[in-house]
Design a protein around this ligand. Sequence first.
Ligand code: FAD
Length: 694
Amino acid sequence: AQLDTLDLIVLAVLLAGTVAYFTKGTYWGIPKDPYAVAYSSANGAKAGKTRNILEKMDESEKNCVVFYGSQTGTAEDYASRLSKEGSQRFGLKTMVADLEDYDYENLDTFPNDKLAVFVLATYGEGEPTDNAVDFYEFVIKEDVSFSNGGGVDEKPLQNLKFVAFGLGNNTYEHYNSMVRRVNDALVKLGASRIGTAGEGDDGAGTMEEDFLAWKEPMWTELSEKMGLEEREAVYEPVFSITERDDLDANADEVYLGEPNKHHLEGSQKGPYNSHNPYIAPIAESREVFTVKDRNCLHMEIDIKGSNLTYQTGDHIAVWPTNAGVEVDRMINVLGLSEKRHCVISVKGLDPTAKVPFPTPTTYDAAIRYHMEICGAASRQFVSSLAPFAPNEQTKAEMTRLGNDKDYFSDKVSSQYLNIAQVLEKVDSVNKWSNIPFSIMIEGIHKIQPRYYSISSSSLVQKDKISITAVVETIRVPGSENIVKGVTTNYLLALKQKQHGDPNPDPHGLTYAITGPRNKYNGCHVPVHVRHSNFKLPSDPSKPIIMIGPGSGVAPFRGFIQERAAQAEAGEKVGQTILFYGCRKSSEDFLYKEEWEHYKQALGSSFTLITAFSREQREKVYVQQRLQENAALVNQLLEKEKGNFYVCGDASNMARAVSDVLGKIVSEQRGVSIEKGEEIVKMMRSSNQYQEDVW
Ligand code: FAD
């Protein structure tokens, strides 16, 4: 019988396994599992592209790889900036790599004339970003295994030279833990780091400046160590943009905002995930604030028939569309008005460059659906646009903004300007049509889905996901500028459409609400679900204490809805205590009437404790109410082993609540404040204390 492809693959796998077995290599610190080697190479072959980074680098003649672990796109952006600088200023042959796209077991054979850069964001409670989970677990496992003896004496990563920068937020307990732990592990395994392991702090609002301040000494040290010579950086585009006169925007193969091929072909198909959204109908939407000048939306998103599932406490991601005024601003300032619907093909000029959206597309669709055009302009990006200014005067101004940190802060950051606003401000008369569109794609993040804590119970409504979203409108102090949150204002526009609300946005926002080729018509929104560890105890009779001021109440509405249903079904439900805070009970008290309904079902096991900050002269917050109920809180946690949950604002509230709980434990149990804090830490690591903060 003839050998078919499957047979050949099986044979190749067995052969590879045998070779690996007899060569008895090690994965860094642990002996290699021959089957894992065989599996991963077979896997790479099947996907048609290699997962072997060394092979990829050889193939594309690179000597520097910049890996990123990114959740919101900032780490990815920094990685591509480092890659570009490395190539343009120092002549390195660089490539950018998503950590998810490669295997790591061969990093011990990484040649010492090459360089690996790691740009790593820390997410949530000291966790890796979704695309870095496997990498992180691998590195930590290797580190632990090596530290325990692991079977080898020699440090496995002695040849590896690396550079590391972390993105974190100092308001979280595990500040920058991703870069810290990876750095420690790599160094312990023998790798040598060049420069410091940089740390950017989003909590202090200094991320960009931390990054800029870290990278210059790193480049100096790197050039010394690798014998690189700095040269004057000349811009080289990463992408080629071809205007396609042969294609009409309405042609079937042109992407007008569809996220992928299935969507383009009109047959959206699961599984739905962070690469493939489900275009979900909005079953219901309403306003939950009772004041005119602020909005909070409650929405019911229908996932029936999509095969999407969720559990109470999970998150839903909403894929936004940019507001029309901002799309117009960008198109206009770049001098693209005449060509906005011109079809373009975008290709990486280098085999390692990934085009961040599907093409062929149009300028309009790329800007509207794929680019984060409203975000804060970065100083480095402003500086990199200077050579393309319409004249010498504007070029000088762009260069000054790029070089002078304080001037930039005064003119741009403190005004919350996005990049198109900066260009408009620097030269409002001339168009910036010399700017290559490639540099805009390189310098502006890919638009990111925004997460919302699901505010319904999957037990009660498994096919409908509720969200509770406060609409972001920021009047920038001392400026005319008003920053409107991208996603929440898009959702607000959807709600207004659903209700036939004729009131236009007071700031002129409009949205392409029916989506590409009207595919979102009838009030749809692209979404996917992200599973979280923020979960009710499996035993409903266990007490729970929930701290959820403002929109932080979202997941707790789901928790309480679930417990009310369990009580109605005759189950024994434990103490369910919600600490809720807002400005005034008459303005922004979320779900005020609903709590009454749950109270009827739950009876005395449900307690709602409120803090209205603006109803009396002294401001009152949830943490004060927590303190006032110290004895009860401690009893439920200590004696009845209840769970403690915090959701909402990470920068102030979550930390204040954690401190107050430490104090309560210390007072109530008669232990020192340090001991109280240690007990709270232990509660966190055993999941008795859970946070869902942003
Ligand atoms: P964005 O456009 O993303 O703007 C957000 C903020 O960025 C602005 O307020 C401003 O501070 C800053 N910003 C934007 N543009 C600029 C600029 N040009 N210059 C300077 N600063 C700028 N929110 C809820 O309301 N309910 C929830 O249940 C909820 N759950 C969440 C759960 C998780 C796990 C996470 C991570 C977040 C959650 N959020 C929730 C927050 C939510 O994801 C969004 O961040 C929020 O709705 C704002 O999104 P947006 O697109 O409207 O605003």
